[in-house]
Design a protein. Structure first.
Length: 36
């Protein structure tokens, strides 16, 4: 059952990865600009 949960989370993460990646990168850039 644990593996099924991990697999489901992995599939969901993969489908969300693209917008999430862009968003997190944007956040990191903003933080770097704020620190600088």
């Amino acid at each position: 059952k644990g593996m099924e949960t991990v697999h489901a989370l992995y599939k969901r993460k993969r489908s969300l990865q693209q917008p999430n990646f862009v968003f997190s990168t944007y956040n990191e850039l903003q933080q770097l600009l704020t620190i600088a």
